[in-house]
Write a protein of this length. Structure first.
Length: 176
């Protein structure tokens, strides 16, 4: 078993089996390592969605008081990221889930999702939402979210219907 070791103020959590070996910690989105991963994510999202349908947060969007940003490392190298954004009703939005292409299939995305869901529960959030792409490029992400109980929902918190977007939610009280 590996212990996820976030810095002071973050919630630690264990991983086991194929998810071991990852360390997830709260990070500053403007730190060079984080900024490089964010830039890679923003470029990928821009290549897969039209500009008007691309809802990705850049570094300044992730460096906000209502966003908690995390890096996932393996062997000391940042290979993934994710964030939780507090919505106006106290629910949370899952943002900027990304694993570098070289690490896809390693369990890194699953480890980050489990960490973020545990963190959301520990904060007392009743629900969590996300927006992801609707094209085949995003099918693995949608399947991962469905595995954890996310279901499609209507647009939320300022989003509008968009054929390029899939909106999903998870009732954390029911999934606990």
């Amino acid at each position: 078993m590996a212990r996820i070791s976030p810095p002071t103020g973050a919630v630690p959590g264990p991983t086991e089996g194929p998810l071991s070996g990852f360390v997830i910690e709260r990070a500053n989105p403007s730190a060079p390592e984080a900024a490089a991963l964010i830039a890679r994510h923003v470029a990928l999202m821009a290549s897969q969605s039209p500009e008007e349908s691309c809802h990705v947060l850049d570094g300044s969007g992730l460096d906000s008081p209502d966003v908690a940003f995390f890096l996932l490392r393996q062997a000391g190298v940042a290979i993934g990221m994710g964030a939780l954004k507090t919505l106006s009703d106290g629910a949370l939005e899952l943002k900027s889930m990304h694993t570098v292409s070289e690490a896809r299939g390693s369990g890194a995305g699953r480890a980050m999702l489990e960490f973020l869901l545990d963190r959301a529960r520990s904060q007392g959030a009743g629900g969590i939402y996300l927006e992801t792409g609707s094209t085949d490029d995003f099918l693995p992400a949608r399947r991962l979210y469905e595995t954890y109980g996310f279901t499609e929902c209507a647009p939320f918190e300022g989003y509008a219907e968009d054929p390029w977007s899939t909106f999903m939610t998870l009732d954390l009280r029911a999934a606990a």
